[in-house]
Design a protein around this ligand. Structure first.
Ligand code: ZN
Length: 309
């Protein structure tokens, strides 16, 4: 099956997001004082080699649209107050930092909605620049029967998914790379493609995940450990749907499922069966649409199968 066209939700999100971004106040003016040289003279003799300067380290300075980048803060963070609520700012939003054993870090998702160009990433008084590279996503044609060519959702469906993508819980459940949620079958649609449905280009649309085409009933596995935050059946647009919170702003989503074998609140292990492939909702044939969100930004799941974040 060549794919489907779901993502009504997506169309909704892309339409709404620029507005959301525009109302976020330009932040981070109250930068924690991170200089470490203002504490007066160290006691003589005691070589309190305390103050390593604070450093901001980015895993990539030229990410492509769809990439995930890691921002690490290293050095002496004991001064300057700020408690645990320290954040990194990027593209008009603040992102919470978490202790990682060596310092603080967080992940940034470079969604296809972020225009190519230069952007600062800022922590306190330190700023580094990244250059977002065009993802050069291809265009795909597809045909849908007239009755499926709409983006009508069930009541509460879009709202529930929108809320799930915004979860940022402190606990980190995942470890290492993600595993593929479908072990047999092929990838029928990659991340980011634009679509022409029944001859019409979908405006502001991009494919928000990776599609695995497989027979109805093929098991679907959790890509990593986490907590089930959405387990719903009967939705008109997404069909039967599961969302898993992997912690620290990382969420995975599984849609068009034939059956759902977990319930909300369940803790799942990496590789645990959570349901089976189907074609429920706005799907043209059996497949799993698998998506990954990082701090509410839609990213390319494929890089999570090969990289450790
Ligand atoms: Zn899809």
């Amino acid at each position: 099956m060549l794919s489907h066209a779901r993502h009504v939700a997506l169309a909704g999100v892309t339409a709404v997001l620029p507005f959301l971004l525009s109302v976020v106040p330009v932040q981070a003016t109250e930068s924690p004082s991170i200089t470490s040289s203002d504490t007066g003279a160290p006691p003589t003799g005691a070589t309190t080699e305390s103050s390593r300067p604070v450093e901001l380290i980015l895993s990539s300075s030229s990410p492509r649209q769809g990439d995930t980048i890691k921002v690490s803060v290293r050095g002496d963070l004991t001064e300057g107050g700020g408690g645990e609520d320290r954040t990194v700012s990027f593209n008009g939003e603040n992102f919470k930092l978490f202790g990682d054993g060596t310092g603080l870090s967080c992940l940034l998702g470079i969604s296809p909605e972020i225009e190519p160009g230069k952007y600062p990433v800022t922590f306190g008084g330190i700023s580094k620049q990244i250059t977002v590279i065009d993802g050069k996503f291809p265009t795909q044609h597809l045909r849908l029967p007239k009755k499926k060519d709409n983006f009508i959702a069930s009541p509460g469906e879009k709202e529930t998914i929108k809320k799930a993508k915004q979860i940022v819980s402190a606990e980190r459940y995942w470890k290492g790379k993600f595993e593929k949620p479908v072990k047999v079958g092929r990838i029928s649609s990659v991340f980011g493609i634009r679509r022409i449905v029944n001859g019409k280009l979908l405006k502001d649309y991009y494919h928000s995940g990776t599609d695995f085409a497989a027979g109805r009933g093929t098991p679907i596995y959790a890509c990593a450990a986490g907590k089930v935050v959405v387990a719903r059946t009967g939705w008109r647009l997404h069909g039967n749907t599961v969302c898993i919170d992997h912690g620290q702003g990382v969420i995975s989503i599984y849609i068009h499922m034939n059956s759902v074998d977990v319930k909300e609140g369940d803790l799942v292990k990496s590789g645990q069966v959570i349901g089976a492939v189907g074609s429920t909702g706005r799907a043209s044939g059996p497949h799993l649409h698998f998506g990954v969100y990082v701090n509410n930004a839609c990213v390319n799941p494929a890089s999570w199968f090969v990289k450790t974040y």
